[in-house]
Design a protein around this ligand. Structure first.
Ligand SMILES: Nc1ncnc2c1ncn2[C@@H]1O[C@H](COP(=O)(O)OP(=O)(O)OP(=O)(O)O)[C@@H](O)[C@H]1O
Length: 291
């Protein structure tokens, strides 16, 4: 039997499918462990994609620990919590970052934890038509594998796990991959803070081998690229700047651009292959399956 929530979501699908003219691709970025560079990568990736001409949104869904306003150095008055409380609409809280990049700010206090279930998604989705003009929506989820994170990971078109090469982070990334693999087969991996390509690919192959042996099945773990460890990244974060904006000649910028190109190519391919299953209506359909 379909629950109330699922029914409501199904109605939303019907409404949105009819209204929707364009497909937004939802990309969830997550990690096993905190502090591995998930927000740094999400924000710079969103920026680079937007600089390539795509309309990009970035949603700070790191429940209770939102910090993208700091990354983008913007002041926010209202955030997703106000939307949940019915005090603002999604369009009221949008922050324009550049001409074709918008931020949907998250909440960094505890209060939002009360809402960290289907309510967040429902409310967000009810209003998500205003986001229809977006080509891509990056969702910066919290680390770990809580319920609300799983919903995003299940519903997104793409899931990307970020890790660094230290053993604790790898173990946690692997645990995340194992959980996500229960929901979907295709999972992307970005290696952050590495010395170079060789180290990144070496660690990726190890994770892939363990995953294949223990998770098996249809798991399709894809290496999306690496970001070198670089003082330009940490120093720009301290100055509340995006490394891609202020250090366009740096290795990390070259790295994130390579990842963005892969994602953009995939975006084009998917728009051609499955026009009905991506975008908001696709996201909503997958949310329903989650109930
Ligand atoms: N490629 C890199 N080179 C050097 N330092 C980096 C790099 N990536 C991230 N860092 C450092 O790691 C810190 C944590 O990054 P970030 O805040 O993006 O992690 P996170 O995974 O989003 O953390 P949280 O889970 O707490 O939100 C940064 O402040 C920065 O100092």
């Amino acid at each position: 039997m379909m629950g109330n929530q699922a029914q409501k979501l199904q109605e939303l699908v019907a409404t949105n499918s009819a209204k929707k003219s364009k497909k937004t691709r939802f990309i969830a970025i997550t990690s096993g462990k905190g502090g591995v560079g998930k927000s740094t990568i999400s924000s710079n990736l969103a920026y680079v994609l937007s600089q390539s001409g795509l309309n990009v949104g970035i949603f700070d869904a790191d429940i209770g620990l939102a910090n993208l306003d700091v990354m983008f150095n913007v002041k926010i008055k209202k955030n997703i919590l106000h939307v949940l409380k019915g005090e603002a609409s999604v369009s009221d809280i949008l922050i324009p970052i550049t001409r074709n990049l918008i931020l949907i700010p998250g909440e960094s206090g505890d209060e939002i934890l009360k809402y960290s279930d289907a309510a967040l998604f429902e409310r967000f989705m009810q209003e998500a038509q205003v986001l229809d003009k977006l080509d891509v929506m990056i969702i910066d989820t919290g680390a770990g594998i809580g319920d609300h994170i799983q919903m995003f990971l299940n519903a997104a078109d793409d899931v990307i796990v970020v890790t660094v090469p230290d053993p604790a982070a790898i173990t946690d990334a692997y645990a995340t991959i194992k959980t996500v693999a229960l929901l979907r087969n295709d999972i992307g991996l970005i290696m952050n803070q590495v010395k170079g390509e060789k180290e990144a690919e070496g660690v990726f192959e190890k994770i892939k081998k363990v995953a294949k042996a223990n998770i098996g099945g249809e798991l399709d773990l894809q290496y999306l690229g690496k970001i070198n460890s670089d003082i330009k990244v940490s120093s720009s974060i301290k100055k509340r700047e995006l490394f891609s904006a202020v250090h366009p000649n740096s290795q990390p910028h070259t790295d994130i651009t390579a990842i963005a190109s892969k994602i953009a190519a995939r975006l084009e391919r998917n728009m051609l292959v499955s026009p009905n299953e991506s975008g908001l209506s696709g996201l909503l359909k997958r949310l329903i399956q989650h109930f």
